[in-house]
Design a protein around this ligand. Structure first.
Ligand code: SF4
Length: 218
């Protein structure tokens, strides 16, 4: 059976059980392991030509994600920026380099134990915030990435990622320093590295967050 057929069969079974809302099972469930047993790479290949929202027409690259496919730590940002769109890799450029430095300071790297992606996979023009309709179309892809990676901890980088994953409209300040629960997986929210570049005063609080993150996955 082709990957597309496997995914269609999985979605049809989910629809039969739950109706039109998509729910993902984040614990291994033998009921689905047979039909959902495709890899992260196969899932990537099956969606890389997506045109489900208007951003598909303006992107240069589909930015799926990068890192360790068996990561304990999943970092989720908002959307690709200009450099990410050019290179097809999330978190490159100054913000990405800062993120790499922060990870290195807690003995982690995007090659080992960490996977990095965004809520939406295509760049919004002029780096505007993603529209709710775009997030609605793209979020199922993120959910399936989480389902396949099965991280021990999810970290939302910035308010857009945090409020999307937590399905609320709170400020980042209200969401920080709390261990949330994302379908059974602990989730914490911290500043986006781009915000740390814009406002150096946020760095001590972000550093506290990442030391806590290190402890949570130890
Ligand atoms: S942003 Fe997401 S839903 Fe929209 S075209 Fe890109 S991959 Fe598809």
């Amino acid at each position: 059976m082709t990957n597309r057929n496997l995914i269609n069969q999985y979605l049809k079974q989910t629809q039969d059980i739950y109706g039109d809302k998509l729910y993902f099972n984040f614990k291994k469930d033998p009921k689905y392991s047979k039909v959902a047993g495709y890899s992260l790479d196969e899932f990537h290949n099956s969606i890389k030509n997506c045109q489900a929202c208007q951003l598909g027409a303006t992107r240069k690259s589909f930015v799926f994600g990068v890192g360790d496919k068996n990561a304990d730590l999943l970092l989720v940002g908002e959307a690709p920026g200009e450099k990410e769109d050019m290179e097809g890799i999330p978190f490159v450029g100054r913000a990405g380099r800062l993120l790499d430095k922060i990870l290195s300071a807690i003995s982690l790297s995007r090659d080992s134990g960490v996977y990095i992606c965004n809520v939406i996979k295509c760049r919004p023009p002029k780096n505007r915030d993603p529209l709710p309709s775009e997030i609605e179309k793209c979020e199922p892809y993120l959910k399936e990435q989480i389902n396949l990676i099965k991280p021990k901890l999810i970290v939302a980088l910035g308010r857009v990622a945090a409020k999307t994953l937590l399905n609320n409209d709170l400020s980042l300040k209200e969401m920080r320093s709390v261990k949330h629960n994302y379908y059974g997986i602990p989730l914490v929210a911290t500043y986006h590295p781009a915000a740390l570049l814009r406002n150096q005063n946020l760095k001590p609080a972000a550093w506290d967050d990442f030391k806590w993150i290190r402890n949570l996955i130890s």
